[in-house]
Design a binder for this molecule. Structure first.
Ligand SMILES: Cc1cc2nc3c(=O)[nH]c(=O)nc-3n(C[C@H](O)[C@H](O)[C@H](O)COP(=O)(O)OP(=O)(O)OC[C@H]3O[C@@H](n4cnc5c(N)ncnc54)[C@H](O)[C@@H]3O)c2cc1C
Length: 366
């Protein structure tokens, strides 16, 4: 029903908004919509999130601003912003799988081959394939380019050996985007490649890590001779850092774009005298003016995640003694510090803002 309306690329933004609002209303009423969960899908929500993404795809509302040749609708970023805003206002997730829909699809749309796009993008649009992001390692987090997991040629493909950590949703993922060292004698960003790996194979061992929220949303992943097929290399061999950089920019921009979600939470403290409401509205306005802009990702990510931490502390404090046990706001309070680290810590974002946006001298590096 919605598909035929939406597929008309001539739809104005306001017409599109009406379509979106009506689709979301119906979905909430019929309990098809999956509740908003931020950027990391809790494993317990995998089934409702998948059903919701299938519903979005069937309604013709997936891949709104992706090019038609990338299986998208070919509409404008403004149309896409309408979807994110209306989902945020309704408290429903805009997609099922951040690592698939934003990170993997972003990498494939910008750097993949046509064959890779045709193979993987449809499964991302309807969440039949769930993806995870295998970047961080025990000795490579902020300093990601020091990663040591290696890929050695094996037939037409590669064999992978090493360890990844903090891999969100690994335990429910079918595929992963993987950074590996393919030139053994290199250090730093040179000699890294970007690959797509099947998570369901011998040689991939996943161990969930318990968080202070009580959930285990991220994992350690041990790779011991796991295989990446020949068509699993994205971009050229040894130039994966370029792909990784664009994925990280998309990640920060998407986390920063969560400002629209703030409106609902801010309305709960309209009587606030601490300046939080003013700060929140300023972030919202900045977001409305800049849109989802990877170049401003560090600024928006820093602003939103630091603000979420302060807001969740304030909301929890309002529960008084009840905050000692579990309240509606406990989860958000326990979750907020992690978002200041995921996708690059606040300290690292401050460096990026200084160097890339303000043109300050480079911070000292080890
Ligand atoms: C909730 C959550 C989900 C995540 N999901 C994923 C995922 O799906 N896939 C994935 O690959 N990774 C994921 N991560 C990992 C995340 O990207 C890293 O935790 C992050 O990059 C920081 O790396 P680190 O933990 O190794 O800390 P470190 O890099 O060791 O940093 C430790 C401390 O030192 C500070 N520091 C480091 N360098 C500097 C510097 N140059 N200047 C000033 N201070 C500095 C940091 O700010 C931090 O406070 C996730 C993390 C979290 C919290």
């Amino acid at each position: 029903m919605y598909g035929e309306v939406v597929s008309a690329a001539t739809q104005t933004v306001n017409e599109f908004r009406a379509t979106v609002v009506s689709m979301i209303d119906d979905a909430v009423r019929n309990e098809v919509a999956c509740a908003e969960y931020g950027t990391i899908l809790p494993p317990g929500l995998i089934d409702p999130a998948r059903r919701w993404q299938q519903h979005i795809a069937a309604a013709g509302l997936a891949g709104i601003d992706w090019a038609p040749e990338h299986h998208g609708l070919g509409l404008s970023p403004d149309h896409s912003a309408v979807w994110y805003t209306e989902c945020a206002l309704a408290g429903v997730a805009p997609y099922a799988n951040f690592q698939g829909y934003i990170l993997t699809a972003g990498a494939l749309r910008a750097h993949g081959t046509d064959a890779q796009r045709h193979r993987h993008l449809p499964g991302i649009l309807d969440a039949s394939t769930i993806w995870c992001q295998l970047f961080s390692e025990p000795d490579a987090g902020s300093d990601l380019s020091s990663l040591a997991t290696r890929a050695e040629p094996d037939g037409d493909g590669w064999r992978i050996t090493g360890q990844k950590i903090w891999t969100s949703t690994a335990q429910v993922s079918d595929m992963g985007i993987l950074l590996v060292r393919t030139a053994p004698d290199t250090r730093g960003a040179r000699g890294i490649s970007f690959m797509l790996i099947d998570m369901h194979q011998p040689g991939v061992e996943i161990r969930p890590i318990m968080q202070m929220t009580g959930d285990a949303e991220f994992c350690e992943v041990f790779l011991d001779g796991a295989v990446v097929e020949a068509d699993g290399l994205v971009g050229d061999l040894n130039t994966g850092w370029t792909v990784a950089t664009s994925v990280l920019a998309d990640e920060r921009a998407a986390v920063g774009a969560a400002s629209v979600r703030l409106r609902r939470r801010l309305n709960r403290i309209a009587d606030d005298t601490t300046g939080l409401v003013a700060r929140g509205r300023a972030l919202e306005t900045l977001m409305a003016r800049t849109g989802v802009n990877p170049g401003l990702g560090p600024l928006m990510k820093l602003g939103i995640t630091e603000f979420e931490t302060a807001l969740s502390r304030e909301l929890l404090a309002r529960h008084g003694a009840e905050a000692m046990v579990h309240t509606d706001d406990t989860e958000a309070f326990l979750y907020a510090p992690g978002m200041r680290v995921a996708g690059g810590s606040s300290e690292v974002q401050r460096d990026l803002v200084g160097e890339r946006l303000l043109g300050l001298p480079r911070a000292p590096r080890n």
